[in-house]
Design a binder for this molecule. Structure first.
Ligand SMILES: [Zn+2]
Length: 215
């Protein structure tokens, strides 16, 4: 047991939360301990201000979650790929939400090139390429606008990357209901917004890809 009050506070919070949950729903932990049946997979940024269960109002058991810096979906990342495979094949989630957020430090770092070495620099390679590709055009509106737009474009990029994973492709081939959503969270107002049309089949994916290459 820790004597550090910063740590002890978390256990106190936890005990208070358990008491509240049981007061509202005495069977909650009995029920959720036996199984989870989430309808949603959330793929978002690790940013401490973007807390998926809280901002969607979902209790434990309803949201399967993967978070990393700048909500990157990379097919060489076995962590993220395993989460997607488990959620789609085993849990059979019906929705995958890719959620970025304005003011993302990961996207900012990729645009400003402050990081030149270490794992994070490599992690952000894909976003750096996206920036290199769109820089000239986006900078016409100034850096602040460019950062907001880059966060949005990154959601699009990761959405399309998700749609190309084996798990998602096979679900669509088997005609399972699986919709991919691209959302953005506003740190300023706490609101979620849908940025792009949902993708729910291979033909919709092909259409989305052609729209992205010919905006
Ligand atoms: Zn972020």
């Amino acid at each position: 047991m820790s004597e550090d009050p910063e740590i002890e506070a978390l256990f106190e919070n936890n005990r208070r939360w358990v008491a509240e949950v049981i007061r509202e729903d005495p069977e909650f932990f009995v029920r959720t301990a036996s199984q989870q049946a989430p309808k949603y997979l959330w793929i978002g940024c690790s940013d401490s201000r973007v807390t998926p269960n809280q901002i969607t109002g979902l209790p434990p058991g309803q949201l399967f979650v993967h978070r990393n810096v700048a909500n990157v979906i990379n097919r060489t990342d076995s962590n993220c790929m395993s989460v997607i495979e488990f959620a789609v094949r085993v849990l059979e989630v019906r929705h995958v939400i890719v959620c970025g957020h304005y003011g993302c430090a990961g996207v900012h770092a990729a645009m400003t090139d402050h990081l030149t070495e270490g794992p994070l620099a490599g992690w952000l390679d894909g976003i750096r390429n996206l920036w290199d590709h769109n820089k000239a055009n986006l900078l016409k509106g100034g850096m602040q606008m460019a950062e907001a737009r880059m966060v949005e474009l990154n959601v699009r990029k990761q959405m399309l990357s998700l749609c190309q994973t084996t798990a998602v492709e096979q679900a669509w081939q088997q005609r399972k209901y699986l919709h991919v959503h691209g959302w953005i969270y506003g740190l300023n107002d706490g609101l979620l917004r849908s940025l792009y049309a949902d993708i729910g089949s291979i033909s919709e994916r092909i259409r989305a890809e052609s729209e992205s290459t010919n905006p």
